[in-house]
Design a binder for this molecule. Structure first.
Ligand SMILES: [Zn+2]
Length: 172
């Protein structure tokens, strides 16, 4: 990962300072620490009527050429659900409806150190599959024929989706 070197606001070189139990980047001119947080990412699980799961082949790094769940970064002022549906549309051409939260977990990331992965199950999709931005292919796979997914967090989200398909969402 590229380390931060300069203050985003005043371009002063950052120093490391021990604040609230951790070494953090600190701007000696602004007198402000830079708190770092995981970057939020939404990922979608979509099954078709044949119980196959929708995957996309990545056309960008990291893990270019490998298959994963459709998904991407949550933008500013966007609900995570909107991000999931937007990324689904961008990467597969499909419009999703009936979205359910599956799980939230922190995953390692080379570039961001860690990402907050928000997994959704999408019950209904409309349209024709068409690969798009960030994906060179989109296709449904039989569960027995799924390639190893590019990210461990996606494998965990898919496992959760399969468990919920079998047992239903937990009741309160
Ligand atoms: Zn500064």
């Amino acid at each position: 990962m590229n380390k931060k070197k300069y203050c985003l606001y005043c371009a002063t070189p950052l120093i490391i300072k021990y604040i609230e139990g951790k070494n953090r980047f600190f701007c000696p001119s602004c007198q402000e620490p830079f708190y770092e947080n995981p970057v939020p990412v939404a990922a979608c699980v979509v099954f078709n009527e044949n119980h196959e799961v929708l995957l996309v082949k990545r056309s960008v790094e990291p893990k270019k050429g490998e298959w994963c769940l459709p998904g991407g970064f949550v933008e500013l002022e966007e609900e995570p659900e909107q991000a999931a549906l937007r990324e689904l549309k961008e990467e597969t051409g499909l419009k999703g409806r009936n979205i359910h939260l599956l799980t939230v977990l922190t995953a390692e990331s080379k570039r961001y150190t860690s990402v907050l992965m928000i997994g959704y199950l999408i019950d209904q999709v409309q349209g024709t599959i068409m690969a798009g931005y960030d994906s060179e292919e989109a296709a449904y796979f039989k569960l027995k024929e799924i390639p190893v997914l590019a990210f461990r967090s996606h494998r965990l989200i898919l496992a959760k989706a399969m468990e919920i398909r079998e047992k239903g969402f937990p009741q309160n």
